[in-house]
Ligand binder design. Structure first.
Ligand code: GDP
Length: 299
């Protein structure tokens, strides 16, 4: 929690500061509410959830000019936790069955897919799991190199194909190797070119279908860059149409004041945020927890 708080607050315009500054005012007038709304919108909470939150607070605080800041803070915390939704199942299915658990990591290039695969491998290795990486982004040689570098950093092997090879065949090969090596988890990094939706649809769909000939896919994680706002949401929608996403990884939350996107993306896709990226380092991936997240924002 302390680390999360430190990372989230690493920005001058952090959401937390805005909210707390408002709550520490001794009078809550119309202008305060407007500022509050602006802060929430700036955090990418979205219009609907922002209105809901403001209305809930207004009615619960029944403000007639004077605010008890401790009470305001407690109510704000409660309402924010409700929006982020503590009831969602955010567990990550990486349990081996007869075959390795297969995790597909998808998302637009630059969002942090490869980095997330590396960090996730690290988490799994720390849980004593045998992990294998598959470099199914075959369009950029550098992508496979980068994944291999992560693999050696965390001590797990990488299966890669020739540049320009069929991504599905590399994914298939990785799962085959994982089955043969009896590993626990195969993490597959995919390509995220978005220029044609049909191209992406064909490619990702094919990767999934081909992998499923060998082993069931246990998670499809969509990586989303928290700093990209509405654009990121549009991308997320497209991916969700293409493959059945089971969880969202929200990256680059460190130093970002855009934490509100958690709520929007969960509502839009009906899929929980399961992991968050808090930096470029190997240990900068954390499981997402609604209460811990809100506390980090408000503390
Ligand atoms: P990919 O193209 O989707 O595979 O993206 P990469 O994994 O190559 O990441 C793109 C850039 O974002 C790299 O410079 C990463 O170091 C950086 N990055 C990834 N995740 C995070 C994060 O959680 N926080 C920050 N600050 N940077 C990140």
């Amino acid at each position: 929690l302390a680390r999360l708080r430190q990372r989230l607050a690493g920005s001058d315009n952090a959401l937390s500061r805005g909210l707390l500054a408002l709550l520490s005012r001794d009078r809550i007038d119309e202008e305060t509410w407007e500022d509050f709304e602006d802060t929430l919108l700036t955090s990418d909470l979205g219009v609907g959830p922002t209105t809901e939150l403001v209305e809930a607070l207004r009615s619960r605080l029944r403000v007639d000019g004077v605010a008890d800041s401790a009470q305001a803070r407690a109510v704000l915390r409660e309402e924010m936790v409700r929006l982020v939704d503590p009831t969602l199942d955010r567990s990550l299915n990486t349990q081996r069955t007869d075959t390795p658990a297969v995790v597909l990591v998808v998302g637009v290039n630059g969002t942090g897919k490869t980095t997330t695969v590396g960090k996730l491998a690290r988490v799994l290795v720390a849980e004593d799991k045998d992990v294998l990486l598959g470099a199914a982004d075959t369009f950029r040689a550098a992508a496979a190199d980068q994944l291999e570098t992560w693999g050696s950093r965390v001590g797990v092997p990488t299966v890669r194909g020739a540049e320009g090879a069929d991504p599905a065949s590399v994914a298939f090969e990785a799962v085959r190797a994982g089955i043969e090596g009896e590993v626990d988890v195969v993490l597959i990094d995919t390509a995220g070119r978005l220029h044609t939706k049909t191209g992406l649809m064909d490619e990702l769909g094919k990767v999934k279908r081909v992998v499923e000939k060998k082993a069931p896919v246990s998670e499809v994680l969509l990586v989303l860059d928290a700093t990209t706002g509405q654009n990121g949401l549009t991308q997320a929608r497209i991916f969700a149409e293409v493959v059945q996403v089971t969880g969202i990884v929200l990256t680059k939350l460190d130093g970002s004041a855009k934490g509100g996107i958690v709520v929007q993306v969960q509502r839009e896709l009906g899929v929980p945020v399961k992991l968050i990226g808090l930096g470029e380092g190997v240990d900068d991936l954390a499981p997402f927890d609604a209460e811990v997240f809100v506390d980090a924002l408000l503390d």
